[in-house]
Design a protein around this ligand. Sequence first.
Ligand code: ZN
Length: 471
Amino acid sequence: MKLPKQSENFPEWYNKVVQYADLAENSSVRGCMVIKPYGYAIWENIQSVLDKKIKELGVVNVYFPLLIPESFLKKEAEHVEGFAPEVAVVTYAGGKELEEKYVIRPTSETVMYDTFSRWIKSYRDLPLKVNQWANVMRWEMRPRLFLRTSEFLWQEGHTVHQSLAEAEEMMMQALKMYEDFAKNYLAIYVIAGEKSNLEKFAGADKTTTIEGLMRDGKSLQMGTSHNLGQNFAKSFSIKFLDKNNKEQYPWQTSWGVSTRLIGALIMAHGDDQGLILPPAISPYQVVIVPIYKNEEERKKVMEEINKMIRPSLQDQNIRYFVDDSEKTPGWKFNHWEQKGVPLRIEVGPKDIEREIATVANRLSADKSELKLSELSKIAELLNSFQSDLLVRNQKFVEENTYQAENMDKLKEMIDEGVSGFYKSGFCGSNDCERKIQSFKTTIRVKPFAAGKQKCLVCGKEGQEVYIAKSY
Ligand SMILES: [Zn+2]
């Protein structure tokens, strides 16, 4: 199964990678995906790392209902406006029309905060910090596996605090966690910062984001963390008595990442041969392919694998797979390359005589010999692979970031098909932002340490932002 060239037809390349690498497929429910074992294993690895990090922030896991009374969603004006076009509604159950309709959660702010209003009475109940791993539904008109599906999996963190400063700190802690995870586990060199007014979350005072640059030059929002201010607290009557026995509205945050991160992995690292997975997240870090011509050779090679290689990899806590299926070695090489496994170990009878194995690297495409007595170096090779992948991605981001001083320059680059991050100045006004959107580009992020730069639309004082086409 040969993939289309990434440079020639990126969307088709993406679809085929998802298919050939056995990550997911479309289901009989339009817009809803079936996540296959290999794709789900990636999600499980993402979950297990993030779940630990979330708990390290003092956040505990909870579960809230899938269905939300429709009236809840209407309580926060901006929030309902933002989500109304995407919600699916349950109107019929138990053999009759329901008196109150239920919305299938597009996100859980409303159903959680209604409950929080009963949980929180005093400053002693704060901070309240919970997280939920769940599925959500946002009806998609143009679904794409992992990137835009009507149902997807995610985690959503929700916290309540006594002060704005505490909420702001929590929002930043969550975003830093995502930035660290993207760089050090997914090997994606994200740009972290603030969303513009028209791009922020419906109902939030401030939205922060991490944005990754995909290999077609489009930006992907990979995670967001919001300071909700007191907006929801006021809509849902969450109040607490402070130390002076005075009634106050608390300050809130919410933050999340989803199965979209798998789409990010595919598009940030993949090449014409298929996926390239970072060892920190890859379901298998090493695949072992025995090479033999007959049954006698097969026995000899498998014995060596079982005696020498397996125990060494187990000692190093490496996730590995021995492919001793009936397929040819060439088929197996291609198959595991498409699935993005970082390292492949090949062993044949001649290698055993020479007490070596051949190690093939998915990223550099190099093959090298490794002495069987030095198998303990595999962990080191995986560490180098992980850092090389991040370096490659950082270089890609740097090489595909351009200056756009004004709208003419931006238009010129778009017309010439130059795609990537366009670095510009922006004054912050909605009018200027709408003009940028009219080029089918959006302000993706204002980096936290943004310098001053004149607005590309109006020429007034502004701050540096990254503009791009996006998913
Ligand atoms: Zn402006």
